[in-house]
Design a protein around this ligand. Structure first.
Ligand code: AMP
Length: 431
């Protein structure tokens, strides 16, 4: 209890979360609008799935032994005794929805995109938060390598559209193989880890039994050195996977997209098969330099008990993308908070000013007025602060003749304008 007798509360946002204040929220909306326009050009439709799911959607899809499932999920029991998890990523939910709602039955295909918050209990640092915002796409029902190349292009084009120059980005690609070639490779890596157990960190040692491929992701310098000598899946792909991977690269080459093959790129989720990719930027991001990534997940729908349905997609993180935009000198400017300010000479004209502001807004003009009883001088100051291009001054004498004064804030010109034509005159002034 504080001295007023009220129970004090912890008025801070939880660790690892951030309020999206207006400037950042505007940037988020800008990303969503850009996605809407660009993704539509590639045939994508929006989808919104619940922010929480039955825990099993993620344990089955992403995999029990992954970092996300084993350490990072926000899981709780709801009042009905069900195990519920806040979504740590979007793909599992979209595939669950597509199966449940028959979106890709009988060999149909569907392109879907989403935008929204994701939740992972990670150690917060620059570019890494516990609630973060992603935009992602999922292309379901498409097995051909051209679908892989298209999804990769879309991700690159999205970042470019936002003003991140191609030269700032590094596109990494790899193939994870499939059920024909990966299991043997997995065993090989597990064996390799056991052989080098003494040189690896404890966690990598454990990975031999749980998720050996993740040892490629370990940031420990000793482990990196050892894993650099490990056999590569690239050299052990089955014929089909090798042909698929070669075809994806050929298509990217044909479009002149520069990429680096990174045979150690494994990404942290179990559901990936064949193509995986990641876009990294150096500027401004420190160790959290992956702004987006994704891959193919041809077994995921089957994992949920559905028919074999190929799929692939990507997700990009808003916070890191924004940092990359800032590093490239891109600023997202919001619209002026008011195009026009309706000022009144004294309070007796408050009702008239209120009606004029409403009329302007009805006419599609961003109009603001005072609600705090400010003096005329501070109304003008406020108009300046909001970036208003014009001020409508409501005065008693003019109003008596059905007119107001219109001040152009850049030229300082003032003209008397009839109330009947005020909206039109302002539109002309605003251009
Ligand atoms: P993932 O779902 O792990 O493939 O991540 C896709 C993208 O989401 C990454 O490239 C990041 O931009 C972003 N991301 C993932 N985890 C976080 C996090 N904890 N905080 C902020 N962004 C994240």
């Amino acid at each position: 209890m504080d001295t007023t007798g009220k129970v004090s509360m912890n008025a801070r946002a939880p660790k690892g979360t951030a309020d999206m204040l207006p400037d950042v929220a505007r940037a988020w909306e800008h990303l969503q609008r850009t996605a809407q326009t660009l993704f539509a050009r590639y045939g994508y439709e929006p989808i919104y799935t619940p922010i929480f799911e039955h825990t099993e959607v993620f344990t089955r899809g992403i995999g029990e032994a992954t970092d996300i499932v084993s350490k990072e999920m926000y899981t709780f029991e709801d009042k009905g005794g069900r195990s519920i998890t806040l979504r740590p990523e979007g793909t599992a939910s979209v595939v669950r929805a597509a199966l449940e709602r028959n979106l890709v039955a009988n060999g149909q295909s569907r392109k879907l995109y989403y935008a929204g918050p994701m939740f992972r209990y990670e150690r917060p640092q620059k570019g890494r938060t516990r609630q973060f915002w992603q935009i992602g796409v999922e292309a379901l029902g498409m097995a051909e390598p051209s679908a892989d190349a298209e999804v990769i292009m879309l991700l690159m084009c999205f970042f470019e559209e936002l003003g991140i120059p191609r030269a700032n980005m590094r596109l990494l690609i790899n193939s994870m193989g499939d059920e024909a070639c990966r299991p043997a490779y997995r065993e090989k890596i597990a064996g390799f880890i056991r052989e080098h157990d003494a040189e690896l960190c404890e966690e990598c040692g454990r990975r031999a039994e749980t998720n050996p491929l993740r040892a490629f992701d370990c940031k420990n310098p000793g482990c990196c050195k050892v894993m650099a000598e490990a056999p590569l899946l690239r050299d052990e792909l089955c014929d089909k996977c090798a042909a698929h991977y070669a075809a994806v690269k050929e298509l990217l080459d044909g479009l002149g997209v520069g990429y680096e093959e990174d045979p150690s790129l494994v990404r942290g989720l179990d559901y990936y098969t064949r193509t995986v990719f990641e876009v990294q930027v150096d500027a401004g991001l420190g160790s959290q330099n992956a702004i987006g990534g994704g891959g193919r997940y041809d077994r995921l729908m089957e994992e949920y008990g559905g028919p074999a349905t190929p799929g692939l997609g990507f997700a990009l993180g808003f916070e890191r993308t924004l940092l990359a935009m800032e590093a490239a000198g891109v600023t997202v400017l919001g619209p002026a908070l008011a195009e026009v300010y309706v000022a009144r000479v004294d309070d007796s004209l408050a009702g008239a000013a209120f009606a004029i502001a409403q009329e302007l807004r009805d006419g599609g003009i961003a109009a603001e007025l005072d609600h705090q009883g400010r003096s005329l001088k501070s109304q003008f100051k406020q108009a300046d602060r909001l970036g208003a291009r014009a001020v409508v001054v409501v005065g008693p004498d003019e109003l008596a003749t059905g007119a107001v004064t219109l001040r152009d804030m850049s030229t300082k010109d003032e003209t008397r304008v009839s109330l009947d034509t005020i909206a039109e005159r302002i539109k002309t002034l605003l251009g």
